[in-house]
Write a protein that binds this ligand. Structure first.
Ligand SMILES: NC(=O)c1ccc[n+]([C@@H]2O[C@H](COP(=O)([O-])OP(=O)(O)OC[C@H]3O[C@@H](n4cnc5c(N)ncnc54)[C@H](O)[C@@H]3O)[C@@H](O)[C@H]2O)c1
Length: 366
């Protein structure tokens, strides 16, 4: 079993990762002294595919257990869903001595993390990510959150788990389009890190939109170590370091809202990253040769993400509104070359609009 420790100022906790590791969850709970009333928040699709191993985990807990399943959609990453979780916790007699186990993708992890950080002023939580996106990104770093009206992740907390357990066997049932969403984040990390990791990802993806077993575990290892290194130095996004992780996300969040959340988060990240490559090039930050090289990585997913139409001005207005709400100017995380990221770059409206247009155009059906 691979183990990696994350040392933030609020908590030191391990990430365990390996295929088949879910079987050891009971042992790890005991080892971490977390044998207490357990409230499992699970993605309903994950339960559908993996109910045997979940039921076996529950039968070996020997404490009070409640299984709460959610329908993972951005619409349900909401106050209404959260209130329902609080009601279920209270009605079933859960209190301060609660362990929440979140089993699912980023939606499940974000809402369960928020519930854990607020219920009874904070209870224990373990994350068991089941999508590639959640394994390489959202389960690491302690960001929790829900959407409010049409603004993404605007209500949330920083709350680190007791541990994270990554079992790549869950990916066997993940639909291809969800796997590609995770690949978008892996490509983002390869651009943030550069060097050998970018080369390996390029080489592998040029053959197929899959990662072999070894590269999959290596990618998880590389991404979580890189993200942890940043989170350790800027846990609560106070000194700017954590901003690099938002490469492409200013565009992506606005695209998700413009689409009324009918597009997957990971898909909008891939499109958002494409738009940021265009903006980096237009501002003269990224040279033409590297632009083409990096763009080709995102265009591998082109056939799998098809949009009927879009409104660039609306996307721009949403980006501005979100920044205004945060009392901020519209600034971007951009790329000079892989491993060399610039933060807080301002850009004129017409360059941003052109980048949205050109980036999105790759994904539009005729
Ligand atoms: N907290 C953070 O730091 C952070 C970082 C990145 C993204 N996010 C958030 O993560 C969310 C996106 O997460 P996601 O891409 O994991 O999406 P998701 O949670 O919606 O899961 C995607 C789909 O895959 C299904 N699924 C999950 N695991 C499965 C499995 N093993 N087998 C079969 N189906 C499975 C789900 O039911 C769902 O339909 C967004 O809300 C985003 O804002 C948070």
């Amino acid at each position: 079993m691979k183990k990696f420790e994350i040392k933030t100022s609020s908590k030191l906790y391990p990430v365990y990762y390996e295929s088949g590791l879910f079987q050891k969850l009971n042992l790890l709970i005991a080892k971490h002294d977390l044998k207490q009333n357990t409230f499992i928040i699970i993605d309903q699709n994950v339960y559908k595919y993996h109910n045997e191993k979940i039921d076996s985990f529950i039968s070996r807990l020997n404490v009070k257990v409640c299984l709460y399943s959610i329908n993972p959609s951005e619409i349900n990453k909401s106050h209404t869903q959260l209130n329902d979780i609080y009601s279920a916790l209270i009605e079933n007699g859960f209190g301060r001595d609660t362990l929440i186990v979140a089993i699912g993708g980023g939606i499940t992890g974000d809402i369960a993390g928020f519930a854990a950080s607020t219920f009874s002023r904070g209870v224990n939580i373990i994350h068991v990510p089941t999508t590639l996106l959640a394994m390489v990104d959202s389960s690491i770093g302690g960001k929790t959150g829900i959407n409010f009206e049409s603004t993404k992740n605007i209500i949330g907390t920083f709350y680190q788990p007791d541990f994270v357990l990554i079992d790549t066997d869950f990916l066997k049932t993940l639909p291809e389009e969800e796997f590609i969403c995770g690949l978008g984040e892996v490509i983002k990390y390869s651009l943030l890190i550069g060097n050998g990791f970018l080369k390996e990802i390029k080489k592998s993806l040029s053959k197929s939109l899959k990662l072999d077993k070894k590269l999959l575990l290596d990618s998880i290892d590389t991404c979580i170590k890189f993200k942890s290194g940043i989170v350790e130095k800027d846990e609560k996004e106070l000194n700017g370091l954590r901003k690099v992780l938002n490469l492409g996300h200013t565009f992506a969040h606005a695209i998700e809202v413009e689409r009324g959340h009918t597009i997957k988060h990971g898909q909008s990240v891939i499109i958002g990253l494409t738009c940021s490559l265009y903006l980096s090039k237009k501002l003269g930050i990224l040279n033409e040769k590297l632009f083409k090289e990096y763009l080709s990585l995102f265009l591998l997913a082109k056939e799998k993400i098809r949009l009927p139409f879009f409104y660039p001005v609306k996307i721009y207005e949403i980006m501005k509104r979100d920044k205004k709400a945060a009392n901020n100017k519209l600034k971007f995380v951009l790329l000079k070359e892989a491993g060399n990221i610039l933060i807080d770059v301002e850009a004129s409206k017409h360059l941003v609009l052109d980048s949205i247009n050109e980036g999105l155009n790759h994904f539009i059906v005729d």
